[in-house]
Design a protein around this ligand. Structure first.
Ligand code: NAD
Length: 263
């Protein structure tokens, strides 16, 4: 029998082929959960990535370490694909009782230049995608009378105003509101819902910042811990929120940002 804080649980981590999602999936497996590695195979802003290959390699890595995992393709903004994916995970691993809503995209487009499609895609993936995955997972949990935990990934940008984010920031503010609403509505079913607001974390999404010799020092100057975070530093908090360690925590949004939000 697996041991760990998530032993016997089935975790679905969305957007887990790389970055923060990958780190969370590895930690979930390390804590004894069977893990579904969701990935998107279609086009997205980070070019040159083979998400299918990356997700498959992660599955193999988890198996090598003695864990259970499957790769689960779906665009989280597509309700039919999400339903099919959750049904497949149910058949192959069991009922999902830990959902990490991590998949997200960020583009930077000045408000005056942004078209409706650019706005809609970011809202569809970042906000509707979390709603769709939560509903597909929770309907099964409620039907079976099982408890569960959902961890939504928002962003420090939910409460900030940075140029070119008139779609991204509202989508992440929406994730906070979704978290609080679901926490209240799902508490009677013993399903806890919390949210993490990462600050600057070194991933493909922020690669351009990390390489920008002018912008990076300006941002680091605002972060009391004076550095970017690592994906695993988000994963550790996600495990806390998903596990029994956080049994009395629901409806919370926790900043994991090196102190940036308080400056
Ligand atoms: N990196 C940061 O500094 C930072 C800060 C705040 C919030 N976040 C949030 O953390 C989450 C993870 O970001 P990251 O930094 O690891 O970025 P990333 O670009 O490395 O990873 C994002 C993942 O989401 C997947 N994805 C994108 N659209 C998808 C879709 N429609 N369906 C399924 N998967 C999809 C991508 O394929 C990728 O695996 C995102 O929600 C992001 O908004 C990141």
């Amino acid at each position: 029998m697996p041991e760990g804080k998530l032993a016997g649980r089935v975790a679905l981590v969305t957007g887990a082929s790389r970055g923060i999602g990958r780190a969370i999936a590895l930690r979930c497996a390390g804590e004894g959960a069977a893990v579904a590695i969701n990935y998107l195979s279609g086009p997205e802003p980070v070019q040159g990535k083979d998400n299918h290959a990356d997700a498959s390699a992660l599955v193999e890595e988890i198996k090598r370490r003695g864990g259970r995992a499957i790769a689960a393709e779906a665009d989280v903004s597509n309700g039919e694909q999400v339903s099919r994916m959750v049904a497949r995970i149910d058949a192959e691993l069991g009922t999902v009782d830990v959902l990490i809503n991590n998949a997200g995209i960020e583009t930077i487009v000045p408000f005056l230049e942004m078209d409706e499609q650019q706005y809609q895609r970011v809202l569809d993936v970042n906000l509707k995608g979390e709603w769709l995955c939560a509903q597909a997972v929770v309907r099964r949990l409620v039907a079976e009378g099982q408890p569960g935990a959902i961890v939504n990934i928002a962003s420090i940008q939910s409460g900030m105003a940075l140029p070119g984010r008139s779609h991204y920031a509202p989508s992440k503010r929406g994730v906070e509101a979704l978290t609080r609403n679901l926490a209240v509505e799902l508490a009677p079913y013993r399903i806890r819902v919390n949210c993490i607001n990462p600050g600057l974390i070194a991933t493909d999404m922020t690669d351009w910042v990390m390489k920008d010799e002018q912008i990076l020092p300006i941002i680091l100057d605002k972060i009391p811990l004076r550095r970017a975070g690592e994906p695993d530093e988000i994963a550790q908090v996600a495990i806390f929120l998903a596990s029994g360690d956080a049994s009395y925590v629901t409806g919370q949004c926790i900043y994991v940002d090196g102190g940036w939000i308080v400056t």
